[in-house]
Design a protein around this ligand. Structure first.
Ligand SMILES: [Zn+2]
Length: 213
């Protein structure tokens, strides 16, 4: 797997299909900066985008990762090599924080719930009962807060206007109107507000920064 070879192949196939970078980007609902990055070898398309991209370019994922059209005999060996490389890349972008966030929410939710239920079952003064309910509610809300903070830091968002990837502030994240995969956020680079797509990492940006350095 080689980003430069794959990038050149994407450009070649895009032109063969008579598409501009902009047109291909629109078909995939991403920014044309992202397409440009791929074609310059600045990063591989994310796994979630690979199938739609290959469909538009009329190639297989195996060919995309190999950076060329494959004969039947080459196909099997390349497929195995590519799958192994991809698994290694994805492991690096671990979803560890998301798992921790879920555990925090579940654990604090049940701890809080237990306190609230105890206040109903145990014999005690009304003041203590109310206090227990308040503490229970605070525990649950704190858990949700911690989980949201973890969720934000484990993912990045990609600006639709300029392709810049960034991690939003907690305030902006909570305030942003969202769908399952996108969120209305203001890009810190171009200052435009757009429906930013969630990305697992800042990696494309980091790679590009490294290349510029
Ligand atoms: Zn931007």
């Amino acid at each position: 797997m080689d980003q430069i070879t794959t990038g050149k192949f994407i450009a070649e196939r895009r032109k063969a299909r008579g598409l501009t970078q902009r047109e291909l980007a629109d078909l995939l609902n991403i920014s044309d900066k992202t397409v440009s990055k791929w074609e310059r070898g600045g990063g591989l398309p994310e796994v979630s985008l690979m199938l739609p991209l290959c469909k538009e370019l009329d190639i297989s994922v195996n060919e995309l990762l190999s950076g060329k059209k494959l004969s039947d005999s080459e196909y099997k060996q390349n497929a195995e090599d590519n799958i192994l490389s991809l698994i290694q890349e994805e492991r690096a972008k671990t979803k560890f924080q998301t798992i921790i966030a879920v555990i925090v929410v579940v654990a604090t939710f049940f701890a809080g719930l237990t306190l609230i239920m105890l206040s109903g079952f145990l014999e005690m003064k009304t003041l203590y009962r109310i206090l227990l309910i308040v503490i229970g509610a605070v525990v649950i809300l704190t858990g949700i807060g911690v989980a949201v903070a973890l969720e934000i830091t484990c993912g990045a968002f990609e600006c639709r206007k300029c392709g810049h990837r960034f991690v939003p502030s907690v305030g902006a994240y909570l305030m942003g109107i969202h769908t399952a995969t996108t969120r209305l956020l203001k890009c810190p680079k171009c200052k435009k507000t757009s429906w930013c797509a969630r990305r697992m990492s800042l990696s494309t940006e980091e790679k590009e920064n490294n290349q510029n350095a």
